[in-house]
Design a protein around this ligand. Structure first.
Ligand code: URA
Length: 189
């Protein structure tokens, strides 16, 4: 496999489709291995991500790395991590529907090129946009839904775990379910 994001990366980097381009420092396209079979999708870059041009690099990102590493995954090696929005919304507010609509074609192209077997939605916003609009993380986290030959799963956002550490155990169970699924599908990591 040799999945190539370069054309869509350069298109995305010069994107001016929504007003977020005016305030961004960097477009945060994603990080990882485009040949991986597992795609993680968060909501939008925050301040650190906007400054560094990489998803999940703040405190929440460190926590996400801990869970990933706990099941043998590494953000640079055997997964890819992207967001619904590629540019930071001011003051980290929720993405506006029109921003998501303008930006989603980039994620769709990432999915089309990667053809991941598993897509993990990190947090409520990503799960509501990708899995179902009334997705409830507390009830539906860790459940795999099949869509177009791909398995979709939603889990807690690391920022939510930092606010409420009592959810950390439930989140790690989701990662253990993911590990089981990776083995069941024979995904090489
Ligand atoms: N939160 C997200 O959803 N994505 C990031 O990249 C950083 C924080």
């Amino acid at each position: 496999m040799n999945h190539d994001f370069s054309a869509i990366v350069s298109e995305c980097k010069s994107c001016t489709k929504c007003p977020l381009h005016e305030t961004r420092n960097n477009v945060v396209f994603g990080v990882g291995n485009p040949d991986a079979e597992i795609l993680f999708v968060g909501e939008a870059p925050g301040e650190n991500e906007d400054l560094q041009g990489e998803p999940f690099v703040g405190r929440g990102g460190k926590l996400l790395d801990l869970y990933l590493n706990g099941i043998g995954l590494d953000r640079k090696e055997n997964i890819y991590i992207a967001n619904i929005l590629k540019c930071r919304p001011p003051h980290n507010r929720d993405p506006k529907p029109e921003e998501a609509e303008q930006c989603l074609p980039y994620l769709r192209e990432q999915v089309r090129i990667m053809q991941p077997k598993i897509l993990v939605c990190v947090g409520r916003i990503a799960a509501q946009i990708i899995i179902s609009k009334d997705f409830k993380v507390t009830k539906e986290h860790g459940i795999f839904y099949e869509r177009k030959g791909m398995l979709l799963m939603g889990t807690f956002h690391p920022a939510a775990l930092l606010r409420d550490p009592s959810k950390k155990g439930d989140c790690f169970e989701d990662f253990l379910k993911l590990q089981d699924k990776i083995r069941e599908l024979g995904i090489k990591i």
